[in-house]
Design a protein around this ligand. Structure first.
Ligand code: DAK
Length: 257
């Protein structure tokens, strides 16, 4: 696919998807959401890709939210329909990918931008990053999973405050809240993510995909996460990765997944 709003590179089993609308602070319009869906689907099925990094172009923003111009005249029905579609196409889609997705928050991550970063499996921020869910200042609420994922990540009280005030927190506060796993300088951001990705790549991709599914199950209503873990655990025993992992250990060599 010829992307208008994304740049994608793949090197050393790491694919980097860069949202490339710097003049609009990488705001998510519907075309970008469609392209992201396609890019994530492509990377997830690409045998050359073992980890996906997601970042925003430029040094100012990861994503400054959903494109306000686009949703300014939505009706109730359209808002509901697009929230559903957006979650299926992108936010839930990313959260449930078997391939690990790391969001690199390199500046503003606001509204839909923070929701996208929260859909990733974990986040690393630059010390210049600012994060918030300012939707209530526009008369709406977070519509791409923010009311669910923010309290899961930082706790209910903190999420209530962030969503009600619509304010921004900086990277160090995000670190204290557990919203991001690491804070580094902007210059170090990509290298830091690649260093973590290179550790992930040494492990079984099948087991990692199963672990993501089991962890996510614990946060889904009506699903028994422990049972999901039992089934996923059993599934691992029937895979070539398990044979390679255990054989390599017994032969005192590194596994080659
Ligand atoms: N949408 C569209 N354009 C945006 C944008 C956004 N979210 N954020 C920034 N831009 C554009 C600005 O309009 C400006 O464009 P030009 O005027 O140059 O053409 C350009 O990016 C540079 O922005 P600024 O000139 O404002 O830059 P500053 O450094 O002065 O300020 C800022 C940076 C991040 C503080 C400021 O740009 C800002 O407050 N941006 C808006 C933040 C925001 O409120 N984001 C939206 C949150 S609400 C939905 C589901 C979910 C959502 C919506 C619908 N459905 C299912 C339908 C989610 C909603 C949200 O994300």
């Amino acid at each position: 696919m010829n992307y208008q709003n994304l740049l994608i590179t793949t090197q050393d089993a790491i694919s980097t998807i860069t949202i490339n609308r710097p003049k609009k602070l990488n705001a998510l319009n519907s075309a970008t959401i469609q392209e992201l869906h396609h890019a994530f689907e492509h990377c997830n099925t690409d045998p050359q890709t073992r980890v996906i990094l997601l970042l925003g172009s430029g040094d100012k923003a990861f994503v400054a939210g959903a494109d306000i111009k686009e949703f300014a005249d939505f009706s109730e029905e359209k808002g509901r329909e697009l929230a559903q579609k957006g979650q299926e196409l992108l936010f839930d889609f990313v959260a449930n990918l078997e391939t690990p997705v790391i969001a690199l928050i390199n500046g503003f991550a606001l509204g839909g931008g923070l929701e996208l970063a929260m859909a990733a499996h974990f986040r690393i921020a630059s010390d210049t990053a600012k994060m918030g869910l300012p939707e209530v200042s526009l008369g709406v609420i977070p519509g791409y999973g923010g009311t669910q994922r923010l309290p899961q990540l930082i706790g209910k009280g903190r999420a209530m405050e962030m969503i009600m005030t619509g304010g921004m927190i900086d990277a160090s506060q995000a670190m204290e809240y557990g919203l991001v796993n690491h804070v580094v300088t902007l210059d170090e951001l990509v290298d830091c993510a690649k260093g973590i990705a290179s550790k992930i790549i040494k492990n079984s991709p099948n087991a990692i995909g199963q672990a993501i599914g089991a962890i996510n199950a614990g946060f889904e209503d009506g699903i028994d996460g422990f049972q999901k873990e039992i089934n996923a655990f059993g599934h691992c025993f029937g895979t070539p990765d398990f044979i390679e992992g255990t054989t390599a250990f017994l032969e005192k060599r590194k596994a080659n997944f």
